[in-house]
Design a protein around this ligand. Sequence first.
Ligand code: FES
Length: 121
Amino acid sequence: MPWVELLPSDAVGPGEVRRVETSATDAVGLDLVVWRTGDGRPVVCDARCPHTWTHLGFEGVVDRDELVCTAHFWRFDAQGVGSKVNVLGRRDPKGDIRTYPVREEAGTVVVDLPAPTAVDP
Ligand code: FES
């Protein structure tokens, strides 16, 4: 699938989470979020938390290099690996979230989305 322009780079700053929906002409009509790690790298992942489907465009906050779902505090790194840190500091594995290859070109965040799959009529 060709790389698809998602949004201007300056539309998602450090610590911000932006909701982006792709159209069916871009790929398969995905609900995504874009956020940046502490050192400014863009990350694109599915918008829905794999726990109970909370929308990370509304309930997600960036904590250094992780996106945290504030519903129940699962957190996801830039590769989508999920975990939760308990009150004693122990980190337990949780469900992962899908991430997508992303880069920035000429002031735009672009992402490599999956090709649409054939649907039976
Ligand atoms: S819905 Fe995201 S942690 Fe529970």
